[in-house]
Design a protein around this ligand. Structure first.
Ligand SMILES: [Zn+2]
Length: 308
């Protein structure tokens, strides 16, 4: 059984202007680097289907889903927040990105894939129950998680988020959902300025100071995430895989390197092997400088597919 590599050409048609960091070239850079590294040889490629409104409505309000789809501009851009806008191809890309997470769930739980990497955009972890923001429209991971819980009948699913920004949208959706344990590490004092107040018993949030570096990141994973994950004993693990904490990425200043992404993925695979036969689904979130993004994804995927 091989791992799945899920993407779609539609995901590269969404664009937010020529200077925007969340650009279509991100996907090509990742694909090309995985190809050169030989990692795609170990993976089965899939074209992401479109998520249905019913699938989206498990994580979002049905009215939000309908209104976002209806607000697709016929031409030009429609601004959603100061950093986020829709072009005529955005809805189609967002439906594919969420559909990828649903397909990954079906493949992994159906025993057709050992693990899955969803190489998709737009990203999702800032999208809340009824809000698009921070380059995100639908919360891809949340749509996948709710599909696993509500359709496949799983009882415990873990969500890991190591993007440099706090996944406020995921927290908005999963707060109070005892079937979900969300573990995140993010940089303090950074957009969207959330994650440090009172949360809930199913949230393990660790804000790290600027320039913490790999050592403090690993310490937080070891001391905060792993005990909580082992106690929770997930039946499936999702990763909001953002790579903008890399030291060459100017979106944040945590100062991680490829080896840190490889290490954290090894720790998570350890949890997955102990509790759920290695089942892990990873969805791309941030990471904006193409070379470190592609190298970091390769370090992560290598472990995800068992080629390390
Ligand atoms: Zn980010």
């Amino acid at each position: 059984m091989t791992a799945a590599f899920i993407t779609h050409a539609d995901c590269a048609r969404h664009e937010m202007g020529p200077q925007h960091p969340e650009c279509p070239e991100r996907l090509a850079a990742i694909h090309d680097h995985l190809l050169i590294k030989g990692l795609l040889d170990y993976m089965t490629p899939y074209d992401a289907p479109l998520a249905t409104e019913a699938q989206l409505a498990r994580a979002h309000s049905a009215m939000y889903v309908r209104e976002l789809i209806a607000s697709s501009p016929a031409e030009g851009h429609r601004q959603v927040d100061p950093d986020t806008c829709m072009c005529p191809h955005t809805v189609q890309a967002a439906l594919r990105a969420a559909g990828a997470a649903v397909q990954a769930t079906d493949l992994v739980l159906g025993g057709e894939a050992s693990a899955a990497f969803c190489c998709v955009r737009p990203p999702g972890h800032h999208a809340g129950q009824a809000s698009a923001m921070g380059f995100c429209f639908f919360n891809n991971v949340a749509v996948g998680v709710r599909h696993a819980l509500d359709v496949h009948g799983l009882r415990r699913v873990a969500v890991i988020d190591f993007d440099v920004h706090h996944g406020n949208g995921s927290e908005d959706i999963f707060r109070g959902d005892e079937r979900v344990l969300m573990c995140s590490i993010f940089e303090q004092g950074l957009y969207p300025f959330t994650g440090e107040g009172a949360t809930g018993p199913n949230m393990v949030n660790v804000g790290l100071p600027t320039r913490s570096g790999g050592e403090r990141f690993r310490e937080a994973v070891t001391q905060r995430w792993l005990p909580a994950l082992d106690a929770f004993a997930p039946e499936l693990i999702y990763v909001s895989a953002g790579f903008d904490a890399h030291r060459e990425d100017d979106m944040g200043n945590l100062g991680l390197v490829e080896a840190d992404y490889e290490w954290v993925t090894q720790q998570l695979m350890g949890v997955a092997r102990r509790h759920c036969e290695g089942r892990m689904i990873s969805c791309l979130e941030g990471g904006y400088v193409l070379s470190p993004l592609a190298r970091s994804v390769a370090a992560h995927v290598k472990v995800l597919i068992g080629a390390d």
